[in-house]
Design a protein around this ligand. Structure first.
Ligand code: SF4
Ligand code: SF4
Length: 114
């Protein structure tokens, strides 16, 4: 997720997917151990996302209303890859009953820090 509108009023992607990454990314990004869960010997995920109803532990606020990422600077690569208006975004928004966004590509740098 990001912290520019519409992301600041959304957070759906942080509460829709398992956010997994190569284990070494956690240390490389400075992610706190308490935010990470081991999946396999080489893959980890963000705590709270390995569920049928995922909700990243770092997500603060209410999905669809007002949210922020409490570890925005440390977030792993999957978080940086979802762009407002892309396919994953739209699916996540639909899952949470939020309207689709105009399809457009934004760069991660377009998103604001929490
Ligand atoms: S689902 Fe889309 S709009 Fe919502 S936080 Fe994620 S990238 Fe932003
Ligand atoms: S770390 Fe931040 S951007 Fe990534 S899923 Fe969690 S709340 Fe969303």
């Amino acid at each position: 997720m990001a912290t520019l509108e519409p992301c600041l009023n959304c957070g759906a992607c942080c509460a829709s997917y398992r956010v997994s990454f190569y284990w070494a990314e956690a240390d490389a990004n400075g992610i706190a151990d308490s935010m990470v869960e081991a999946l396999t010997p080489v893959y980890s995920c963000l705590r709270g996302t390995n569920h049928s109803s995922p909700h990243c532990q770092a997500l603060v606020g209410e999905v669809g209303k007002a949210v922020k990422c409490s570890m925005y600077e440390q977030r792993p690569s999957p978080c940086r890859e979802v762009l407002a208006g892309d396919d994953k975004c739209q699916k996540a928004r639909a899952r949470h009953g939020l309207p689709a966004l105009p399809t457009k590509t934004v760069t991660d740098s377009d998103k604001l820090a929490a």
